[in-house]
Design a protein around this ligand. Structure first.
Ligand code: ATP
Ligand code: MG
Length: 398
C-alpha cells in the first residue's frame, strides 16, 4: 500500500501548542483529500502519514496536500518492516522509478532503539541503490533524495520532497473577516492570514446600482480561487452605491473617501462578528494611495473597536504583485472593473484627516441607520473547494 509522508516544521511548535497543531493538520488533510482514496490519516512521531487505497487519485492528492497550510513538505512513498533489507528493496524500487543520475539517502530515526544508526542505514541503502541503478551518491546536489523514516513500528521510504505551503493549519488561529475589493492587494492579504492559520471570511462592497456587475464577479472569482486553501469560504456582498450617494450629498468632498472606508469597516465588523471573526483584514500598504497614510489609517480604523490587521503594510507594490502571481489571483485582480471607491471621488482627497473633522462630517449623517442598511442589504454566498459541478454558490440574505 502506498502512502504520502507529510512533514511539518517542528521548531515552531512549543509545548501545549503541538498536539493542537497536529490534530488540526490531520483533520485539515483529511478534509482536503476527502473522496480521493485516502483510507487513513495517521499521526506518527514528527510526521503525518496518509495511507492510500489502490487506485487512489495520487496526482490530485498531491495537489491538495500542496495547498494545505501547515505542511512543510511531503513525499510519496511506501511503508516497510523494520528491516534494512526491506528498506533497500523499497529504495531501489523508488530509485528505478525516477530517472536520475545522482542521489542521496537521508535517514531519520524517530526510534532510537533501531540497531543501526542513521549513517549506517544511509551507507547500506546507498550501496544497494548504487549497485542497482549505477547512479552515483551526491550528498550536496543530488537529483533525487530518498528519505527513510524509522518509526517505532514501521519505516517509510519515500522519494523526492515536494514543498508544502508552510504556515499554520487553517482555523487554528481563529476567524477573521477580509475586506475584499477585487483589486490586487486584498486577496494577497487574505492569503497571508490563511497562511497564519486563520479562517478568512470575505466582505465585498460594490457600487450598485451605479456600477455594473464586474467588481462583484471579480470578488466571487477571487473567493472561489482562495477557497482552495481553506475548502470553504463565505462572501458577503454589500451594495454600497446608495450609501456613497448619501455621503456625497451631505459630507464635504475632501473627506468622502475616509468616510466610505469608515462605513465599510463598521459594516464589515458587524457582518464579521456574526460569523465569530475576531479581526478585520485589509490590503492596505503604507503610503500606497491617499487613504493609506498613517493619519488616515488611524481615523479609519477608529470607526470600529475590532482589531484591524494589515498584513501588507510594509510591502512594496512589486512584492505584492509577485505574491499575487504566485498564488494565482493576479490575472483576476487586473480585469477591468469599476471599483465603488472610484465612484464620486473628489480630485483631492485628504491625506491627513483628523478625528475632529471626521466626527463633524459624520454628525451630518445617521451613522447607525446607514450601517444597518448596509448590513440588511448584504447577501451571503458560500463557496466550497473543489467547486460542486455546475452548482451556483448558495446565496442568502443577512
Ligand atoms: P486593493 O488592491 O485590495 O483594492 P488598493 O490598493 O486599491 O487595495 P484601497 O482602494 O485604498 O487600496 O483599499 C484599501 C483596502 O480597503 C483594500 O485592500 C480592501 O481591503 C479595502 N477595500 C477597498 N475597497 C473595497 C471594496 N469595494 N470592498 C471591500 N473592501 C474594500
Ligand atoms: Mg482597490
Amino acid at each position: 500500500m502506498a502512502c504520502v509522508v507529510v512533514r511539518y516544521h517542528e521548531i515552531a511548535l512549543k509545548g501545549g501548542n503541538r498536539p493542537r497543531f497536529v490534530a488540526r493538520l490531520v483533520s485539515n488533510l483529511r478534509a482536503a483529500t476527502a473522496g480521493l482514496g485516502v483510507t487513513r490519516a495517521q499521526s506518527l512521531p514528527g510526521r503525518i502519514v496518509l495511507w492510500l487505497a489502490d487506485g487512489a487519485a495520487v496526482d490530485e492528492i498531491r495537489a491538495r496536500v500542496a495547498t494545505t497550510f501547515g505542511v512543510a513538505n511531503f513525499s510519496c512513498g511506501v511503508p516497510t518492516s523494520l528491516d534494512v533489507e526491506a528498506m533497500c528493496a523499497a529504495a531501489v524500487s523508488a530509485a528505478r522509478g525516477a530517472a536520475m543520475r545522482s542521489f542521496a539517502i537521508a535517514t531519520r530515526r524517530a526510534d532510537k532503539a533501531f540497531p543501526l544508526t542513521s549513517p549506517q542505514v544511509n551507507a547500506r541503502v546507498g550501496e544497494a541503490v548504487r549497485e542497482a541503478t549505477g547512479a552515483r551518491v551526491d550528498l550536496d546536489h543530488p537529483e533525487l533524495t530518498i528519505a527513510i523514516e524509522i518509526l517505532p513500528r514501521a519505516a517509510f521510504v519515500s522519494a523526492g520532497k515536494i514543498p508544502g505551503p508552510g504556515g499554520l493549519p487553517v482555523s487554528i488561529s481563529g476567524k477573521v473577516t477580509c475586506l475584499l475589493s477585487g483589486g490586487i492587494d486584498s486577496p494577497v492579504a487574505a492569503h497571508r492570514l490563511m497562511q497564519r492559520g486563520c479562517r478568512v471570511g470575505f466582505v465585498h462592497f460594490h457600487g450598485g446600482p451605479y456600477t455594473d456587475r464586474a467588481s462583484r464577479d471579480k470578488a466571487r472569482e477571487l473567493v472561489a480561487h482562495l477557497t482552495r486553501w481553506q475548502l470553504r469560504s463565505e462572501l458577503w456582498v454589500v451594495p454600497f452605491g446608495d450609501i456613497q450617494a448619501e455621503i456625497v450629498a451631505r459630507v464635504p468632498r475632501s473627506h468622502r473617501v475616509v468616510l466610505y472606508r469608515r462605513m465599510m469597516l463598521r459594516i464589515a465588523a458587524e457582518l464579521g462578528m456574526r460569523g465569530g471573526a475576531r479581526a478585520l483584514v485589509t490590503g492596505e500598504s503604507l503610503g500606497q494611495v491617499a487613504s493609506q497614510t498613517l493619519e488616515n489609517m488611524e481615523v479609519i480604523a477608529a470607526a470600529t473597536p475590532m482589531l484591524v490587521l494589515r498584513p501588507l503594510i510594509g510591502m512594496d507594490k512589486a512584492e505584492i504583485i509577485a505574491q499575487a502571481e504566485r498564488i494565482g489571483t493576479f490575472a483576476t485582480s487586473i480585469l477591468p472593473d469599476q471599483d465603488c471607491c472610484s465612484l464620486f471621488v473628489p480630485p483631492h482627497p485628504t491625506t491627513h484627516a483628523t478625528a475632529a473633522e471626521v466626527a463633524a462630517a459624520e454628525a451630518l449623517l445617521d451613522v447607525a441607520t446607514v450601517v444597518r442598511r448596509g448590513v440588511d442589504a448584504a447577501e451571503r454566498e458560500t463557496f466550497v473547494y473543489p467547486p460542486l459541478a455546475a452548482a451556483r454558490p448558495v446565496r442568502e440574505s443577512a
